[in-house]
Design a protein around this ligand. Structure first.
Ligand code: BUP
Length: 390
């Protein structure tokens, strides 16, 4: 490796929701003259992770370190490289932290988003921590606490305007990430035959599943809405366990009735291909942060149905950015059965809202501008690379 280039080690937490942005970032850094080492934990939780890692390395010449879970921290890499990586003291704690989060995820099914939160959540938490020392106990006693209410700044810039700690590390926002070249995923020619902006894309990310009843109500809602749909169905948290067929899950008659209007797939799809397709007019989603960024980048309006973790905060960001609407009263974590007619109503609202569509397009233009040369994201990324240079 070239000694004048920064060497960046990336350690994604478990799950496609974490691997995807790390692979994108790895490709972006590698194409900007950085040496990148990707640390992966074996075995992966899902098949999707494993095929993406293999396929990524076939097209991107990065170095890799695999941490085998069977013998904790057995590393598969030439010893000098491992040594140089792990002699960097700050790396050890995150490695242990990540391995623990992986074990928790694998054995207790705790969301690994415990250790990997989306930027809106991190910025809010960071802002709160920065303000804490200035919340005086004296004030609390005088005012009964009201003067101590903290307005969490919405943006990173605003964070520097208030009374906050000055010696915190800088927050360097990069994004949306560029998609990377990967021939992985199901191609959907059906989309080419649909009219412009007529199709609702339905996907709840890589690890959100719903009860069979909820899936059927969702199907019912899509059908009643009268809009066309492309539904990426997941019936199990981990793809290796997702064995039940679409017909069993949704019923033969539903598939028969909707065969001209909709398509339901269980394969891994390429979101870039779908969201950027002119036939797509809206996105019904759980609001994982990657999905938010993909919709923002392509300017597709969102109907947010957050399910767990950081997704409510993400949904709020979507709403405030006028990129989408949020069905707030639909509950959380699948506790409430949302009926088909409610789903249909919100889809009609999403697809018929021309102001929202125009706003989403503006967000898309801004997002794409940010990643071009001279754009805000590209500038920060180059700053980060400069900072990391040895
Ligand atoms: Br399903 C599916 N193809 O078929 P999120 C998802 N994805 O590329 P999550 C595909 O996985 P966390 C498919 O486009 C997004 O980039 C999708 O990440 C992609 O949600 C990623 O949106 C999913 O952040 O992760 O999976 O719930 O809980 O970490 O947010």
């Amino acid at each position: 490796c070239n000694q004048s280039q920064p060497h960046v080690a990336l350690l994604p937490s478990a799950g496609m929701g974490h691997l995807t942005p790390f692979l994108r970032l790895a490709a972006m850094l590698a194409s900007r003259s950085c040496t990148v080492t990707l640390i992966t934990i074996q075995p992966t939780i899902s098949e999707a992770e494993s095929t993406h890692i293999t396929s990524f390395f076939a097209t991107h010449p990065l170095s890799t370190v695999s941490i085998s879970m069977s013998i904790l921290l057995r590393l598969q890499m030439p010893p000098p490289t491992i040594h140089s990586l792990f002699s960097l003291e700050p790396l050890v704690a995150p490695v242990i932290f990540w391995v623990l989060s992986y074990v928790l995820y694998l054995h207790l099914s705790l969301p690994s988003s415990l250790t990997s939160l989306s930027p809106p959540v991190l910025v809010r938490f960071y802002s709160l921590m920065a303000c804490l020392p200035y919340l005086s106990l004296e004030n609390h006693a005088k005012t009964g606490g009201s003067e101590n209410d903290v307005e969490i700044p919405e943006t990173i810039t605003a964070q520097n305007n208030g009374k906050v700690l000055t010696n915190l590390p800088p927050v360097l926002p990069i994004g949306p990430y560029e998609p990377y070249e990967l021939k992985q995923g199901h191609h959907i020619p059906w989309l080419d035959d649909q009219p412009a902006e007529s199709v609702v894309y339905v996907s709840f990310g890589s690890r959100t599943t719903m009860s069979k009843d909820q899936l059927r109500e969702l199907g019912n809602g899509l059908e009643r809405s009268g809009y066309r749909f492309l539904w990426v169905l997941k019936a199990s948290k981990v793809d290796k366990d997702d064995k039940e067929g679409i017909e069993n899950l949704l019923g033969h008659s539903f598939l028969e009735r909707t065969k001209n209007e909709g398509i339901v797939v269980k394969e891994w799809v390429q979101p870039e291909e779908i969201l950027a397709h002119p036939a797509i007019g809206g996105f019904l989603s759980h609001r994982g942060w990657n999905s938010v960024m993909e919709a923002a980048q392509t300017g597709v309006p969102i109907l947010a149905w957050p399910q767990h973790g950081d997704q409510k905060v993400n949904a709020e960001v979507v709403e405030k950015a006028e990129l989408g609407i949020w069905a707030r009263h639909w509950g959380w974590g699948g506790q409430k059965l949302v009926k088909g007619d409610e789903v249909a109503g919100k889809i009609i609202e999403l697809m018929g809202d021309h102001i929202l569509r125009a706003n989403a397009k503006k967000v898309g233009q801004e997002a794409r501008k940010a990643t071009k040369v001279g754009g805000s994201s590209e500038k920060v990324l180059m700053e980060v690379i400069e900072l990391l240079k040895p």
